[in-house]
Design a binder for this molecule. Sequence first.
Ligand code: CTP
Length: 444
Amino acid sequence: MKKVITYGTFDLLHFGHVNVLQNAKKLGDYLIVGITSDDFDKRRGKLNVKQSLSERIDAVKKLGIADEIIVEEYEGQKIDDIKKYDVDIFTVGSDWVGKFDYLNEFCKVMYLPRTEGISSTQQRNANSLRLGIVGEVSYIHKYVAESKVVNGLELVGICAKSTRNFPDEILSFVSEKAYEDFLDDVDAVYVASQPKYHFEQISLALKKGKHVLCESPIALTQQQCTQLFDLAKQRGCILMESIKTAYSVAYSRLLLLAKMGEIGDVVSIDATCTSLMDKKQNQLDYEWKSLYAWGPTAMLPVFQLLGTNFVHKNIATAYIDKKQKFDAFTNVNFIYKNAVANVKVGKGVKSEGELIISGTKGYIYVPAPWWKTDYFEIRYEDSSKNKRFFYQLEGEGIRHQFVTFVKSIELGLNVSYIDNEISQAIAGIVQDFEDKKDLYTIEI
Ligand code: CTP
């Protein structure tokens, strides 16, 4: 009996898939189809597969072409499968020509003609979400680049007050339209403007029925933040706060480990984020005060692990200017019933950007810059028990954040990694900072 094997993701099954499976079957007597697992797809950069593994298996099964279906879970599995199932022919579509020649050592490799004019990617993009960006954050080009690799998302333009600092590669996206008209061309908007414009720009977008992803902080007062979430709900729109660290794989894993009790009870969190401004900073950087630029990221592990019901907090700030408009350095101290936390941020002071989560059994140590890490350690009294964790960081979390945004819109359900109450707590700290409540000024 001649055994044939083929592999694929088979997302949103289409006639290209049917053709390749029928042709593969004709090459022998018994066809084994390997379907990639969700994890394996993510690791090889296929992030936007729409259907789950079981849905994809069911769809291929229903065709009745495969004699056996297996799951492909790891790099190098093809060789193991060929040996295990005593396979005579390995085959895939011609888009892979040459890629699998190395398998010739184990069985015959054949490439089948690919069906023209159809692909899963094309199907996924058929109903792409039209995204607009409003604003001019200094890392806007990263968002433009990442939007291109997320299926189901199409960047249609950028509406900015000033394009002076834009790199050339994004200038072609700049729209001439005023924000209100610009909104008519999009389904969703990423608000990357100065925080003082957030409330107004988000309100306008939501009132026009557009979904919103907004750079943190969403608003400068807690009340405004709550108002925006209420408005989003009323209009049936998704409003998501953007803090890319929340979507970094290493960060999500360490959060999970801490919540599972890996270091015992969490008793203290120290989070530091700094980035020195250079002398030639423009006005824009002064709009992103240290607390605005770094506070939300640094407060994220505190609120995600200890909650937002702290019993006491104080803010210590060092201003750079006489008018007390810009903080060079801000320290926020939180006291909870069973824990404490310290958050240090600065654009005029430099420090080690590390994260330490201390517990009754051990601690999690994330080296600088912890907010975009691919590595962390769990350390114990007995250092031989220490564990090290490595995770691939793709697109600094921006990519996964976009994927989550698109998914939320499709589901009509906010599946953001940041709860609304955390967004509200962040806005509350920003508000107290502006109102100088529980705030002490230090001179440096
Ligand atoms: N295939 C084909 N003709 C197409 C699309 C896919 O012959 N038009 C074949 C591929 O060569 C592969 C198998 O179908 O052998 C499974 O491919 P898969 O990657 O799952 O499908 P694509 O439509 O190519 O998916 P994507 O757009 O995500 O790359």
